[in-house]
Design a protein around this ligand. Structure first.
Ligand SMILES: [Fe+2]
Length: 237
């Protein structure tokens, strides 16, 4: 991981530019999409998408304390504090491919979203044993448990599945979560994203991990919408 996180700029929405940046960098950010333009963009990422994104398919995320959080959710472990890097819905057999966040209110103080973008070429070439072979049991979201490595290859993509709160070592696997996160970090580049009202951030949930950074406890008004796109269970509804 590079020492200094790089930033990603927020541009006025242009569909082709967003597609290109998402493909090349694993994430993109923009602002001011119309409802129909955003709907078309969503449909390009998930063929099942229909309708006005501002009216459907999202969840609202706010910093909440442990006690108020849904049992088993990330917030039930971290509260409003900074989160560990993770894949969203790692407990699903096919986690959503894309995460779309929109900032409704950035909150009282800065509370960034951090993303770790994997070096796909290096991961695909080296396929480190520590990520491809030791097996983990994934369990969460009220779903059945299943075995999976952290890294597998799907549609030519080195897909990461990592969430320290919904995985545990299986059988003979003596690897620790710290071993895994340390190795993952060596294959990633950190990107920091500062929220402004109306900004959108799109993250490839297979190629990147992400986390809410510090500041959530002091930003009770922080409010993001989140859509899941592009997997069997993708819409989150
Ligand atoms: Fe997340």
């Amino acid at each position: 991981m590079s020492l200094e996180p790089s930033a990603i700029s927020v541009k006025n929405f242009i569909h082709e530019a967003a597609d290109r940046e998402l493909d090349e960098r694993g994430l993109t950010a923009f602002t001011n999409p119309s409802a129909s333009a955003l709907g078309n963009f969503f449909a390009g990422l998930d063929q099942r998408w229909t309708g006005n994104p501002f009216e459907r398919g999202f969840e609202e995320l706010i910093p909440i304390g442990r006690a108020a959080a849904r049992p088993g959710s990330l917030s039930s472990f971290t509260g409003a504090a900074a989160q560990p890097m993770h894949t969203d819905a790692a407990y699903l057999a096919s986690p959503p491919r894309y995460l779309v966040f929109e900032c409704v209110d950035p909150g009282e103080v800065s509370c960034k979203t951090e993303a770790w973008v994997t070096n796909q070429a290096k991961l695909l070439e080296e396929r480190p044993h520590l990520l491809t072979n030791p097996r983990w049991v994934f369990l969460g979201g009220g779903r059945s448990r299943f075995y999976s490595p952290v890294l597998d290859t799907v549609l030519g993509i080195a897909r990461i599945r990592y969430d320290p709160y919904c995985m545990s070592a299986a059988g003979e696997n003596k690897t620790t979560l710290n071993d895994v996160s340390g190795l993952l970090a060596s294959y990633t580049r950190q990107v920091s994203f500062e929220w402004t009202q109306g900004a959108f951030l799109i993250i490839d949930n297979w190629r990147c991990m992400h986390a809410r950074g510090v500041g959530g406890e002091s930003a009770p008004s922080r409010r993001l919408r989140r859509w899941y796109l592009g997997a069997k269970n993708g819409l989150g509804i």
